[in-house]
Design a protein around this ligand. Sequence first.
Ligand SMILES: O=C(CO)[C@@H](O)[C@H](O)[C@H](O)[C@H](O)COP(=O)(O)O
Ligand SMILES: [Zn+2]
Length: 196
Amino acid sequence: MDLIERVSGHFLESIAIKQQVMDELSPAVALAAERMVSSLMNEGKILACGNGGSAADAQHFAAEMIGRFEKERPGLAAMSLATDSSILSAIGNDYDFDMIFSKQVRALGHHNDLLLAISTSGNSANVIEAIYAAHERGMGVIALTGKDGGQIAEILSPEDIHLNVPSLRTARIQEVHILLIHALCDAIDCMLLGGE
Ligand SMILES: O=C(CO)[C@@H](O)[C@H](O)[C@H](O)[C@H](O)COP(=O)(O)O
Ligand SMILES: [Zn+2]
């Protein structure tokens, strides 16, 4: 097995899926960034959730919003629902793992807020429950999914924004998701601070 060729294969596959979805997803990412700025300007906040690598993405997004992305600016209101081990273990242990995000959305969510729901399969029950809870709170949803969008594609409302990466490989989907998150951060900063 040629390991170098194998590594190059990852690069090529990642480049190909990014190129494939660029035209399709760029307008929807711009719209999602506008929706986020509008929420933030109306005292809203962005709640982000996901499992595994997507939990890391939720946390990564919140860090760039509250800290900074590339430009100096005041912190923006966002938080990861996938990060507090006490909350996650208490809800998972006392209720159900499927409720670890939805209970937080019900506790913290307000109709001016947005939910950033991240799932490569589109089928994680706890992310689906979080979307139901967001709808219940009158919140908009921006969903990052993969494959065929799974059940999340079925339950989003027409006002929600669906950014689907139609790859079958989780790693590739995650690589595009983090690109989308960085593009969102950049577009938000551009709207708030002006582009250079
Ligand atoms: O990062 C990876 C695989 O690349 C894993 O940790 C992966 O995120 C986990 O299996 C998740 O539980 C998958 O959930 P989802 O993306 O299908 O909602
Ligand atoms: Zn991963």
